[in-house]
Design a protein around this ligand. Sequence first.
Ligand code: AMP
Length: 208
Amino acid sequence: MRIVLLGAPGAGKGTQAQKLVEDYGVAHISTGDLLRAAVKAQSALGVQAKGYMDAGKLVPDELVIGLVTERLQQDDAQRGFVLDGFPRNTDQADALDVELAKLDMGLDAALLVDVRPEVIVNRLSSRRTCHDCGYTATEGVTACPRCGGKMYQRDDDRPETIARRLETYKNQTAPLIEYYRGHGILKEVDGDRPVGEVYADVTSSLGL
Ligand code: AMP
């Protein structure tokens, strides 16, 4: 399985990716998680990325493409992968095609988890994320149900940044829907339903 998950921030890509990883043993490659880890570690990449992330803007392509290229070469990704949050624009999608071709791989599907913007704003503002493993839950949950880590509100899940992220999605990332439709690999599921129902559609649309 080699797939790209598309959808606005808060559409549930991470949640669906985690379920696919648990059930099919593929690698979860989330550029948001990789970047947040770099920020936490205060690496050179993290220091460069932080300002863009806090502002709800995309981190420059060359930084993110380098990160994904490296990650795709790791052992676990050879069994398959779910890309979550990458690509975010058509230049990244083109770069991904080139990298995959070098590795003699191709994408099986680009799966759009479709959720209306009104729903997204509510989901993101009440979302809490685990400091240690990145698991997400709604506000009120203080300990991570998966690893026991402390839950916090991401800086970019605050109302002032959410609007900016949704604007970035509309202008830069949403065009990927037509991009992958043109490549004949687009699948769509309605993401505005309980997690289990969305997941049932995800697996059936992927033919799993
Ligand atoms: P996410 O966790 O996917 O919502 O990503 C959080 C933030 O990380 C985004 O708002 C961007 O600032 C940055 N980011 C994540 N993935 C990418 C990407 N593929 N290209 C550029 N920036 C990214």
